[in-house]
Design a binder for this molecule. Structure first.
Ligand code: HEC
Ligand code: HEC
Length: 263
């Protein structure tokens, strides 16, 4: 049998084996590029899609879900230790005028009779930051939201300067009451809680944290519980949420009673 006669369409062995090989190749291509991908990937629309997917070509995945916004809005205020220091007399004066609309709740000289926080002598950065947060909604408060709605940034600076300038209520802790609750004086090192006074004054003041002495117990308790539950979430980097979440209920009560104590 010569080579010429072997490779010839008239040779039935040759045509059958070529046809068979071609059929197997086509079957393999179909199985690998079309059938298998279409079984595993239901989202493929056309034959071309399945072939591209099998060959590893990236396709733009259609976005079916809207991008979720962050669940909680936190503060936009950046606080620094020097912020708003050295307020001018004019600024304090303007603040005193604005403050006339705050006296019904926060008291004539920033000392409240009700369960509303005192503002007298509060750290200037703390007041300014809270006003900004009420306005942006970072700290939700139905009551305060309406009073800050029309305050501009300079108005808030003046109000903060005025209230910070008023004399603050000193802490009242008679010696025979002991040192104070452990959670306040020492914190809880095993739960990463520092002594409250290392941020809130007395020992040191971390920019943006408030003077707590003389605040109403109910207010302090509510704030601690709100930080713990996340209902209040305007603290930068979760500083206060991380602490409150780790506090036990009796410790919250004890800290609130300690700071609220007044003669
Ligand atoms: C109708 C009563 C009311 C009036 C008027 C009012 N406040 Fe308040 N204020 C509150 C209450 C209640 C809170 C506590 C908010 C909370 O529980 O979240 C508060 C909280 C605050 C705080 C946060 C204090 C802190 O220690 O975190 C600041 C600052 C403040 N008010 C400033 C003002 C200023 C400035 C005005 C006037 C422009 C004003 N408030 C008018 C009731 C009032
Ligand atoms: C690492 C510093 C730090 C320590 C320690 C700390 N706090 Fe705070 N705390 C903050 C900061 C910062 C804020 C202000 C959050 C904001 O920006 O609104 C705050 C806010 C608060 C408030 C709300 C005050 C107000 O009027 O708005 C209360 C109440 C409070 N802390 C209680 C405590 C108690 C009680 C302890 C001790 C068990 C404590 N904190 C320890 C940093 C601290």
């Amino acid at each position: 049998m010569s080579a010429g006669r072997l490779v010839s369409l008239r040779n039935p062995w040759f045509t059958t084996s070529v046809a068979l090989t071609a059929a197997i190749a086509l079957g393999a291509v179909y199985t690998g590029f079309v059938w298998l991908p279409s079984q595993t990937n239901a989202g493929l629309q056309s034959v071309w899609d399945t072939i591209c997917s099998a060959a590893g070509v990236q396709r733009a995945v259609p976005v079916t879900e809207a991008v979720m916004p962050a669940a909680t809005q936190t503060t936009q205020v950046v606080v620094t230790p020097q912020m708003l220091h050295n307020a001018s007399a004019e600024s304090i004066g303007r603040g005193a005028t604005f403050a006339l609309r705050c006296t019904t709740c926060h008291g004539a000289r920033g000392l409240s009779e009700a369960e509303v926080p005192n503002l007298a002598g509060q750290y200037v950065a703390a007041i300014y930051k809270q006003l900004q947060d009420f306005k942006s909604g970072a700290r939700p408060s139905v009551v305060m939201a309406s009073f800050v709605a029309d305050l501009s940034d300079p108005d808030m600076r003046d109000l903060a300067a005025y209230y910070a300038y008023l004399p603050r209520p000193p802490g009242y802790h008679p010696a025979n009451d002991g040192l104070g609750p452990q959670i306040v004086t020492n914190g809880a090192p095993m739960r990463s809680i520092a002594a409250c006074g290392s941020c809130h004054g007395r020992l040191d003041n971390k920019a943006g944290s408030a003077w707590l002495e003389g605040q109403p117990a109910a207010y302090l308790r509510t704030q601690l519980q709100a930080f713990a539950s996340g209902a209040r979430h305007n603290d930068i980097s979760g500083q206060m949420r991380n602490i409150a979440r780790q506090m036990k209920q009796p410790e919250i009560e004890a800290a609130a009673a300690y700071y609220a104590n007044q003669p």
